[in-house]
Design a binder for this molecule. Sequence first.
Ligand code: SIN
Length: 268
Amino acid sequence: MTYQTIEAQRLTPTLGAIIRGIDLTKTLSNAQVEDLHAAIADHQVIFFRDQRLDPDSLRRLGRHFGELQAHALKGMEGYPEVRRLHADASSKHVSGEEWHTDMSCIPVPPMGSILYMHTLPPLGGDTVFASMYSAYDTLSEHMKKYLEGLTATHDGKLAFGRFDPTGNYPVSTHPVIRTHPVTKKKVLFVNRGFTSHINDVPKDESDAILAYLFKHCENAYFQVRFCWEQHSVAFWDNRCTQHLAIWDYFPNVRSGYRVQIEGTAEAA
Ligand code: SIN
C-alpha cells in the first residue's frame, strides 16, 4: 500500500484512510488518479482535509473517476450532477439518516460518491462507514451457502419517499452476494435504506433474514467513523461499503455538496 504521489494513513484495521499530499482543487495528473484508484481499492473509503472545493471543482474531481450520475433527487441549479446536502432547523429528515448503499435502487448503482462539507455544526454530524467485505467474510459458512444465488429487491421509495411521497422512484433487483469488479472479493449487498425484500422466499422468511443481515452489517467491528472538519472530503467505494449520516446536531446547520460516479454493469 505505497503510492507514487500520495500518502495514506490508515484509520482502522478494517477500512478508511486519510490521504495527504494532494490538492483536489486542481486538475489531477494520471499518476494521481491512478494512486487514488488504488487507495480506494485498498481502503474502501478515503478522506481528505483542507480542500476548498466548489460545485465546479467537485464536478471536475469526480469526472476523473468516470461519468457523473444525476441523482433521483434534484441537483443544483446549473449543476445537475452535483447535489447539495443541507440540514438546518427546518429539516424533517436528512440524507443518509439510515444505513445504506447509495442508489442501490437503480440497475447499476454508483461505483462511488464524493462528499465535500463546507459548513459544519459546532459538534456532531459525523459519518460512519462499514465494510461489506467484512460483513460477508464473517457470515457463517451455512449462511453464505443459503444466500448465494438469492436476489433482493431495492426500492427507492423506502429511502426517498420520506422527502417526497408523491415521487416515482426506481426499483431494481441485485444479487444478495456480489463480487467487487476490481478486487474480485465478495460483498454482502443488502441495506436497510433500500432493500425491501429477498425475492422468491416467503415474506416472513425474507423479513427475518433481512433483519439479521441489517443488524450484522451494522457491527461496530466493520466500521470507521469520520469526524468532519470544514473543507473535508470523503470518497467512498459504494460497491463494498454502507454509510450512515449521524443527525445529532439539530437545529444546527450542516452543508456541503456531493457527486456520484457511475458504476459498471459487471458488478454482479
Ligand atoms: C449520504 O450520502 O448518505 C450523506 C452522508 C453524510 O451526509 O454524511
